[in-house]
Ligand binder design. Structure first.
Ligand SMILES: Nc1ncnc2c1ncn2[C@@H]1O[C@H](COP(=O)(O)OP(=O)(O)OP(=O)(O)O)[C@@H](O)[C@H]1O
Ligand SMILES: [Mg+2]
Length: 437
């Protein structure tokens, strides 16, 4: 049992056409003291009516129902009251269902059967996210001042360049690509900002596969176009995922990797920095010149390792490289992936590697394998599970602080300074990811 952040019970309406499922859902939530079922409905139309009358915090909605289905009902509920959250349930996890649910306003997608823990955790997560959204609602804008000469002295805000976050491991197969795509999606969900993924694993990139993107447009097309790339060209080559995240896919054949020079990569990344707020770069393990260009431009390098000795040894060597490159220590953060009880605890691992570990991502073979088969990353389908929670925490840690309001009103110099990325800034906090062991 856990209590929601504002100490109120989470009020849930269940909409499912099968009586037995409704009863089972009630049983699953019976022992959760912080969750209250305030009503049930047996079809979409009834669900919309009940939602309007009862104003629940969350509607737990089945997709397939006779008459008005869950997607239509969610659309209507989200339109009527955006503060009511919808968690969609289905026995099928197809990409199209997921996409349509998300477009209809659903916050989370649960695939039946699920455990009471999975269900309760995802209800709590959706509820708490909604609370922060409510709090974050901007106050109504003050009326515009009259067009008086005194007021025309407004301060132009320096355009903020996109933050490049490069994920890397000197050892292959530790989960760099998995974390990169999940992090990008979590960042987009947390910030609603413009997010791009660059697959800079130029020989063996697989971001396109992880996101199930059938495409013939890749980074090789940017190079072939000759000259410095511009936004029009880039927009024609980027592939849009159903989440809205844009992807620059790796070349189709390994030998084409050689075509991409460090200068190309620099031009591409600098252009993307103008077009996006966050650019998440997946990388391969070869420590070559193109990769060093990515690292130079990155505001944050996320070094991924696992608890295995060989991965830790390689990570340790990498820190020696970053020292030689004279990167500030805070530029590289160490994340341990696939963490489970068989690993030494974080403190002992830190002693071995002689470097702080910023966060742990738990091992979840089932969720990651399913995500691979479906081509839908875990954070999109199972937001409440520890793996996803770790990724959302990582996204919150890596997101930019909003520019303080006073910076825009004091003077132009301050405003510009606040807008610039602080390359040497310390990480906001340590161990904020999934709990240490
Ligand atoms: N937290 C996790 N728990 C369990 N399995 C995971 C986790 N993270 C990644 N994996 C699995 O580990 C395998 C390797 O992942 P991934 O391809 O992301 O690694 P990589 O470091 O990018 O590898 P490569 O060196 O081939 O680019 C995949 O099967 C993936 O599903
Ligand atoms: Mg990879």
């Amino acid at each position: 049992m856990s209590v929601s952040r504002d100490n109120k019970k989470i009020r849930v309406l269940i909409v499912d056409d099968i009586q037995e499922t409704r009863d089972n859902l009630k049983k699953l939530l019976y022992f959760e003291d912080d969750i209250e079922i305030i009503g049930t409905a047996s079809n979409g139309r009834e669900g919309v009516e009940q939602a309007t009358a009862l104003r629940p915090d969350i509607v737990l909605m089945d997709i397939n129902m006779p008459g008005m289905d869950g997607i239509q009902a969610s659309e209507l509920i989200s339109q009527q009251d955006p503060n009511i959250q919808v968690v969609m349930m289905s026995v099928q996890g197809e990409a199209d269902y997921l996409r349509r649910s998300m477009l209809a306003g659903a916050r989370e997608f649960l695939i039946k059967p699920f455990s009471s823990e999975e269900l309760a955790n995802s209800l709590r997560r959706v509820y708490q996210l909604a609370l922060t959204r409510r709090v974050a609602m901007p106050a109504p804008a003050p009326l515009a001042p009259p067009p008086d000469a005194e007021y025309i002295q407004y301060i132009p805000r320096k355009p903020q360049v996109g933050k490049i976050i490069a994920l890397y491991s000197p050892k292959g197969g530790v989960g760099v690509s998995t974390l990169a795509v999940n992090l990008a999606l979590a960042l987009q969900s947390e910030t609603r900002a413009r997010v791009a993924i660059v697959d800079a694993n130029l020989q063996f990139g697989d971001v396109g596969v992880l996101l199930n993107l059938p495409t013939s447009r890749t980074i090789a097309d940017v190079i072939e176009a000759k000259g410095d790339p511009d936004e029009v060209l880039m927009n024609g080559i980027l592939v849009t995922h159903s989440s809205g995240v844009k992807i620059l896919v790796a070349p189709p054949q390994p030998e084409m990797a050689e075509l991409v020079t460090p200068d190309h990569l620099r031009a591409i990344l600098e252009l993307l920095q103008k077009m996006f707020d966050y650019i998440v770069v997946d990388t391969g393990k070869a420590l070559n010149d193109p990769l060093l260009t990515v690292f130079d431009l990155a505001e944050q390098i996320v070094l991924v390792a696992t608890g295995e000795m060989s991965a830790l040894k390689d990570a340790k060597l990498f820190f020696e490289v970053t020292q030689k490159l004279e990167y500030p220590p805070a530029k590289t953060m160490l994340i341990l992936n696939r963490h489970d009880k068989s690993n030494l605890n974080a403190r002992d691992l830190e002693a071995i590697i002689k470097h702080p570990i910023t966060g742990l991502v738990p091992r979840d073979d089932k969720a990651t394998a399913l995500a691979l088969t479906r081509g839908i990353p875990v954070v999109l389908t199972q937001r409440g599970i520890p793996f996803s929670q770790a990724l959302f925490s990582m996204a919150r840690m890596l997101k930019r602080e909003p520019i303080p309001a006073e910076a825009s009103s004091s003077n132009a110099k301050n405003a510009a300074a606040a807008a610039l990325p602080t390359k040497t800034a310390k990480p906001k906090k340590r161990f904020a990811l999934f709990g240490r062991s």
